[in-house]
Design a protein. Structure first.
Length: 95
């Protein structure tokens, strides 16, 4: 399914008052692959809403999620970016 286009014929940008993004749009805005977005959604808790078969990523929720995981200039992390133990077991990763 193609993303909804504005009257200008361009894809909506988050700063244009868009409330949520489809996975392809969210991955593009985050500059990551869709596959990595799905992994982060499952393992890292990227905020999303599922309505039937549709998955939406609320722009404000994703923005806050990024802020919580950002690293300050002193190199200290503001939030927890460690994946859950459950996710690590599923992916075969060790700490």
């Amino acid at each position: 399914m193609k993303p909804t286009l504005h009257a200008s014929g361009k894809e909506p940008e988050p700063s244009a008052g868009v409330l949520s993004l489809r996975p392809k749009e969210a991955a593009r805005v985050l500059n990551i692959s869709e596959r990595l977005l799905w992994e982060w959604t499952r393992c890292e808790g990227v905020p999303h809403v599922r309505i039937g078969n549709v998955v939406l990523y609320p722009v404000d929720g994703v923005r806050q999620w990024l802020v919580e995981r950002s690293v300050t200039l002193t190199g200290q992390q503001e939030g927890s970016a460690q994946p859950s133990r459950r996710c690590l077991r599923q992916t075969g990763t060790t700490v």
